[in-house]
Write a protein that binds this ligand. Structure first.
Ligand SMILES: [Zn+2]
Length: 316
C-alpha cells in the first residue's frame, strides 16, 4: 500500500474517529466494569510511542481483545475510549518488563506507532482511537500524583478524570494547543526545517499557544520569532490531534507583509520561501535537490497541498 495515498488532501492522520465516545457511560462504575468483562471488549495497548499489535497473516492487528491484551501483560487499569459498533473499546498501558517479554515473539510485536501509521500498516480510520489511547495512557502514567498536594491520585470516570483522595482536587486530561501555519507572500510560501527533521525536509512553522493568547496572536508571534516575518490575515483551516503526547495542531494560513527572513537558529536550522513549482515537487518527493515536504500523515502537508490546489480541498 502506498503510504502517500493513505491520507487524501484534507484528511491527515488522527482526524477520523470511528468511536462513539459514549461519555454518559463514564460515570457508571458498575456498567463500565460490566463492559470490560464483555467477550467483545477490545483494547489498544500502548507502550511509550509504540503499540502492541497481534501479528496475523494479513498483517498487524492493532485492536486486541481485552483477553489478548491481558495475556500479553497489559495493565488491568483501563481507559474507556468508547463504543465501536456497540463493542466497548479501551486503552491500556503495559509495563516495560511485560513489553520486553514480547520481543522476539512471532505472534505479537511492539511497533512504533508513527512509522506504522505512515506506512499504512494500521487502517487510517483507527488512528484517531489509537491517538486517544496513546494520549490518555501517557497522561495517566505522568499524572499519578496530585499537583496540588502531592498525594497519589485515583483514576475516575473511565479514566477521564483523576481525583485526589487527600485534598479532593480533580485533575483532567490535558490537551496542548499548537498553532501550525502556512505563511504565503504572493506566489511563495514560507517553510522551515528543524535539525531533527530528515535530511532535506521542510515543513510549516509551528509553536505552542501561550497562556491567555489568541490563536491569531500565537500565529503572528511564532512566525515573527522564528523567521522575522510579520503576517496578517490569519485564517483557520482545520485541526489535527497529535498524540505526542497530547497536542492539538491548529492549522492556519496567514499572509506575510515583509519578505526578509531572519532565522532564529535556536529553533530552526533554516527557513526559506518556496514557489508553487518547488513546493509541488517537494510534496511529490520529486525535487531535483532532494528537498521534501511534510508527509501526508501530518497536517502541514495538507496546509501546503490546499494552497497549491487553490483551496479546492474536496476536488483536489
Ligand atoms: Zn491533592
Amino acid at each position: 500500500m502506498s503510504a502517500l495515498n493513505n491520507f487524501p488532501l484534507g484528511q491527515p492522520a488522527f482526524v477520523t474517529n470511528v468511536l462513539d465516545r459514549a461519555a454518559h457511560l463514564r460515570t457508571n462504575e458498575e456498567k463500565l466494569f460490566a463492559l470490560e468483562s464483555r467477550r467483545d471488549a477490545c483494547a489498544y495497548v500502548i507502550y511509550r510511542d509504540s503499540l502492541v499489535v497481534k501479528q496475523e497473516e494479513s498483517g498487524p492487528r492493532a485492536l486486541l481483545s481485552v483477553e489478548e491484551a491481558l495475556k500479553f501483560g497489559a495493565n488491568p487499569g483501563t481507559v474507556f475510549l468508547g463504543l465501536r459498533d456497540g463493542a466497548p473499546v479501551f486503552g491500556m498501558g503495559i509495563a516495560s518488563q511485560a513489553a520486553e517479554k514480547l520481543v522476539g515473539r512471532s505472534d505479537v510485536a511492539v511497533t512504533e506507532l508513527r512509522g506504522m501509521a505512515m506506512q499504512g500498516a494500521v487502517p487510517s480510520e483507527q488512528l484517531s482511537a489509537i491517538a486517544m489511547a496513546k494520549s490518555m495512557v501517557t497522561w495517566h502514567q505522568r499524572h499519578g500524583f496530585c499537583a496540588n498536594c502531592g498525594a497519589r491520585t485515583a483514576m475516575k470516570e473511565g479514566g477521564w478524570k483523576r481525583e485526589c483522595p487527600s485534598c479532593k482536587a480533580e485533575h483532567f486530561p490535558r490537551t496542548d494547543p499548537v498553532v501550525i501555519m502556512l505563511v504565503t507572500h504572493g506566489d511563495r510560501c514560507l517553510l522551515g526545517r528543524q535539525n531533527r527533521f530528515p535530511p532535506g525536509m521542510y515543513s510549516c512553522l509551528a509553536g505552542f499557544v501561550e497562556a491567555a493568547e489568541t490563536i491569531e496572536d500565537a500565529v503572528r508571534r511564532e512566525i515573527f520569532e522564528e523567521s522575522g516575518i510579520h503576517c496578517t490575515d490569519v485564517n483557520y483551516y482545520m485541526t489535527q490531534p497529535w498524540p505526542y503526547p497530547s497536542s492539538l495542531m491548529i492549522g492556519c494560513t496567514a499572509r506575510a507583509t515583509n519578505e526578509e527572513i531572519i532565522v532564529d537558529r535556536t529553533e530552526l536550522e533554516d527557513a526559506r520561501w518556496f514557489d508553487r513549482a518547488e513546493a509541488t515537487l517537494m510534496l511529490k518527493r520529486q525535487h531535483p535537490d532532494g528537498l521534501a515536504g511534510p508527509h501526508p500523515f501530518a497536517i502541514a502537508h495538507h496546509l501546503v497541498g490546499r494552497w497549491l490546489h487553490g483551496g479546492d480541498v474536496a476536488g483536489a
